[in-house]
Design a protein around this ligand. Structure first.
Ligand code: AMP
Length: 364
């Protein structure tokens, strides 16, 4: 069994690391010569729109998946015409445009922050009459980790924020005074059976995920599962699906979804019976799904732009280190560390120590 992956970053690498013990081989397509999964996988080196490479991938892979959603939807459609693609290209098409995504969620009855489509400064000024302050302007496409986003606090912010987008279509949405950011990671197999991980509570640093903690028996679990189930069923989804949510006074608003394995689920490698990566592989090649039950108390800390020495990291009790082998660059995720502890108190202490190290190493 050979799985093809569009993209060869750390997510592809962790999918491959989870799949090899199941006897699965991997072939990745990525324009970057030194993308970090290429050490582990056969690499088709070139652009995502290279017709020859896509044809090779379709021919050689029994099933194709992706590690990020900004692959052109036509590429996934081309592949789907020649081989099995999971999740289906529709999930990609919806997830990569914030307006289509929010409309899709709303149509399913999954609440989101109030939003409006923006294609001019006039449209933005007009929309602000109903959206209210503060708000957040986001490019419709190519946005991730807070890129292409501006917070709007007063009318004086509108023109500069619109200018920053350089005419790119956008959405404006109400800035939600959330109590927490959480995400739910679900896995759906070919016959439609689903399993869910405990929700993760997520803390960000400069718009980039810093800490994700596993929340067993979270009061929001059931609601989050109901929303992600609706979404997965509407997309006839196969694989791992992550839905990011804001919790506001005991209710949930959907921010966005990722049609792939997700950074907020990295703790599942050591912190769950079966990791999100292994369950993604199992789902797309139609093997039985594994238990999502947590193992101890777990959380993950991201290292962004720089990473301390492995010695320093491993000096923290219960730390499990994942270096991605990527050259450090400002704002780039280069490693994560999962801590899995026997008690909640131990976990908190270890995570605090790791966050201190991460803050010292950031963009160093
Ligand atoms: P996104 O790229 O949409 O995931 O946004 C990155 C981060 O910006 C989110 O994880 C939130 O911390 C923050 N954010 C995005 N949209 C909103 C919103 N409507 N209200 C409050 N914070 C937001």
């Amino acid at each position: 069994m050979k799985v093809g992956i569009l993209g060869a970053g750390q997510l592809a690498r962790m999918i491959a690391l989870a799949g090899y013990p199941l006897g699965v081989e991997f072939i990745v397509l990525d324009p970057s010569a030194d993308a970090c999964a290429t050490l582990l996988c056969e690499h088709l080196h070139g652009d995502y729109s290279d017709a020859d490479l896509l044809a090779q991938l379709a021919e050689r892979a029994d099933v194709v998946t992706y590690e990020f959603e900004n692959v052109p939807a036509e590429v996934a459609e081309f592949l789907a015409a020649h081989t099995t693609v999971h999740p289906a290209p529709k999930a990609l098409a919806v997830a990569q445009d914030r307006l289509i995504e929010k409309n899709f969620l709303q149509n399913l009855g999954i609440p989101t922050p109030i939003y409006a489509a923006i294609d001019s400064l006039e449209a933005l000024e007009h929309a602000m009459l109903t959206i209210g302050w503060p708000a957040i302007l986001k490019s419709r496409t190519q946005g991730y980790d807070g890129k292409g986003q501006s917070v709007l606090k007063s009318p004086a912010d509108l023109a500069p924020a619109w200018e920053l987008l350089q005419g790119v279509a956008a959405i404006v949405e109400a800035f939600v005074p959330f109590n927490r950011e959480i995400s739910i990671i679900a896995v759906r197999n070919v016959s439609g059976a689903m399993v869910f991980y405990p929700v993760s509570e997520n803390l960000h640093h400069d718009g980039i995920l810093r800490v994700s903690s596993c929340c067993e028996a979270d009061p929001m679990q059931q609601q989050a599962e109901a929303y992600v189930t609706k979404l997965a069923e509407a997309l006839d989804y196969v694989g791992v699906l992550a839905l990011e949510l804001f919790e506001v006074e005991g209710t949930l608003l959907a921010n966005e979804f990722a049609p792939r394995v997700h950074n907020s689920g990295h703790w599942t490698i050591e912190g769950a019976e079966t990791s999100q990566f292994e369950n993604h592989v199992r789902a797309i090649i139609d093997l039985p799904l594994g238990s999502t039950a947590p193992v101890g108390f777990a959380a993950m800390v991201n290292f962004i732009g720089g990473v301390p020495t492995t010695d320093q990291l491993l000096a923290i009790p219960d730390a499990h280190v994942h270096l991605y082998g990527k050259a450090p660059r400002k704002g780039r995720k280069v490693a994560h560390v999962t801590v899995r502890s026997k008690t909640a108190e131990q976990l908190t202490a270890n995570v605090s120590a790791l966050v201190r190290l991460a803050e010292q190493a950031d963009d160093s």
